[in-house]
Each structure stands twice: as C-alpha cells, then as structure tokens.
Design a protein around this ligand. Structure first.
Ligand code: AHM
Ligand code: MG
Length: 333
C-alpha cells in the first residue's frame, strides 16, 4: 500500500484542485510540525519532567500546567519565522503575539488552544491542540486584536491534533476533512482517514452531567428525553461518554458519530458557556460542518457568530445532524 504523507497530500491538493494556496500549505505544514513536537513532549510525560503545574495563570484566571506553557512556546517559536503569518493568538496569552519586526510577515492570522483538556495531562488521558486560520484584512501588515474578530465562516483552515493511543492530526481547509496518523519512527503524518464523515444519526451523547442543576430548560428537556431511553419520546436507548478533552470528544464524533454539548449554564451568568469561540468553538464547528455534521450555540450556527473579543465564550452543541438540530430546535420552542 502506498502511503500518502501530509506533505504529499497538501502538495497534491495545491496542484490538482487549486484549493490550497502555497503560503497556506506552508503554514499548515509548520503547525503540523509543531504538533509533532508537542506530541513528543506529551508522550514523554514524567520522563521529560513535563507533568504538573507551571505555577502561573493565564488571562482567564486558569492555572497553567507545564505542558500548556511548553505547547504554547512550541507553536509560537515554530510559526514565528515562516513568513506566512501577521500575528498569532492563543488561549494562553491575553493579547495577540505580533511577528517580530526582523522577520518576514504574511497575510494569515493563526489562533490556537495549545493544549486542550489540560486537566487530563497528569492522568494520562488524551489531550490535544486546536487551531484556526483567518486572513488578515488586505494590506494590513500590523494586525491587532480587532483584525482577529471575524466570524468563523471566514476561516480558511482549521484542525486539531489529538495526543492519545495514536497521535492524530485532523484538518480542513474547506474541502472536506482529512485525518493523519503520526508514524512515530519516521516522524511523518500519514493519511489514514480520508474524507471523514459524521454519521447523521447517533445514540451517543457527551455532556458534563454534574452541571445539570445549572442548565437551561431546553438542555434539561433534551437530556431528560435521552435518559428516558426507548420508553421516552425519542424511542431509543442512548449511551454517554465524557472525556473532558474536547479534541477527544470531537474525534470520537468524527469517527462514529455522537453529539457533544457544553451549554451555557447558571454558574456564571456573565459567560455564554465555558469553551472559547475563537480557538475552540469555531475551528471545531468548521471541521464538523465540513464532515457533514452541525454546530450551533443553541440559537444559531457557531460559524455565523460575530465575535466581540479574542477570548469570548460560546455555548457548543455539535455533531450528528439529527441530534444537534433537535436540541437547537428545543431552544427555539
Ligand atoms: P481547557 O482548554 O482549559 O483544557 O478547557 C477546555 C476543556 C474541553 O476540552 C472540555 O470539553 C472541557 O474543558 C471540560 O470541562 P469540565 O472540566 O467542566 O467538564
Ligand atoms: Mg481548551
């Protein structure tokens, strides 16, 4: 069987379909290389002394793990000198990181959650990296925070890496979703999951049930109906999974279907959800839609939301079409 590496896949996409401009191809290759380095650190764990707390906090008041900081540094360093970026923004940094003056600049804006699911690092459960690429407004060589605040429908590429039993990279640039598995010996991402598709129906849901008492009525109704199983109004028995790593949940949904929810809840009424729109909600919504699934905040398509802040939160319902449309419908009822 001839193996298709990520580099070959991207070059062929650029040549054959013209779907991928050369500078975007190089940017994706750089992010993929950085994810390889992050995978290496995550996989080494205690052997490399990377587990545990960093002793610092991020802009959102969350304690940083050592690997949050390491992954952020790897992504910044790898992408700074490529010449394809105007600026980067991260869950771990309050403000965008400009490309230094002595480096060439490019037209793209890169956003990332360098290590998603950090609560799982120290217990050896899957974590991941999520990224999103936008274009800076034309002619803008000094992009600011404002330039990042574009709806997710304007993303030109998005992806995630999941560091689990296998290290995988899943990508879209608006022409379907492709999955690659890291061959650790060769250090190469190999195409293993071409044209990933989210099944339209499912019997599996993912939500943190411990927050039930804080949910809004439409979410309670939906979960109650699922829990009622085949005797209830939905007429089937459901199964539940909650990994607490969004990357792992989205990956499961891309492979075998499901619905993932992190709704708005009453714990902090000032926040519309826990997950961040720009580097969690948008890239995952782009990927899920490209794989035939649906992603909403309960009221509208996530990709249509006009962002107002780099770190703004969003409620997330994503996955198999039938279920996401059902719970979104309950919000409108
Ligand atoms: P993080 O980016 O700080 O790791 O937080 C995001 C993670 C998601 O991966 C996951 O879905 C969620 O937080 C889990 O939250 P909870 O611990 O409330 O269940
Ligand atoms: Mg995260």
């Amino acid at each position: 069987m001839s193996r298709i590496s990520l580099s070959r896949f991207l070059i062929e996409e650029q040549r054959q379909h013209g779907a991928l401009p050369p500078d975007l191809r190089l940017l994706i290759e750089t992010v993929a290389r950085a994810c390889k380095a992050i995978a290496h650190s995550v996989n080494k764990g205690a052997l490399a002394g990377v587990l545990g707390e960093a002793g610092t906090g991020n802009v959102q008041g969350e304690a940083q793990k050592k690997l949050d900081v390491i992954a952020n540094d790897i992504l910044l360093e790898a992408n700074e000198w490529g010449g394809n970026l105007g600026a980067m923004a991260s869950e771990e940094m309050e403000l965008p990181h400009s490309i230094p003056d002595h480096m060439p600049r490019g037209r793209y804006l890169l956003m990332f959650d360098p290590l998603d699911g950090s609560s799982n690092i120290d217990v050896n459960i899957s974590v991941g990296t999520i990224f999103s690429v936008l274009e800076a407004p034309e002619g803008n060589t000094q992009p600011t925070e404002q330039d990042f605040l574009q709806p997710g429908s304007r993303q030109v590429a998005a992806g995630y890496a999941v560091y689990g039993p296998q290290n995988m990279l899943v990508l879209t640039f608006g022409q379907g979703v492709y999955g690659f598995t890291l061959d650790r010996e060769l250090g190469s991402w190999v195409l293993t999951n071409p044209r990933m598709q989210v099944p339209e129906t499912t019997k599996e849901f993912a939500i943190n049930m411990s927050n039930m008492r804080h949910w809004e009525p439409p979410v309670r109704r939906y979960i109650d109906e699922m829990l009622a199983g085949s005797e209830g109004p939905l007429g089937k028995d459901y199964n539940m999974r909650w990994v607490a790593s969004m990357v792992a949940e989205v990956h499961r949904i891309l492979v075998r279907g499901g619905v993932f929810m992190y709704p708005k809840d009453a714990r902090d009424p000032s926040k519309p959800g826990k997950l961040r729109l720009m580097y969690e909600g948008n890239p995952m919504a782009f990927i899920v839609e490209q794989a035939g699934g649906v992603a909403t905040n309960g009221h509208q398509r996530i990709l249509d939301i006009q962002p107002t802040g780099l770190h703004e939160r969003v409620a997330v319902f994503l996955g198999s079409r039938e279920e996401v449309e059902r719970v979104t419908g309950y919000h409108k009822a």
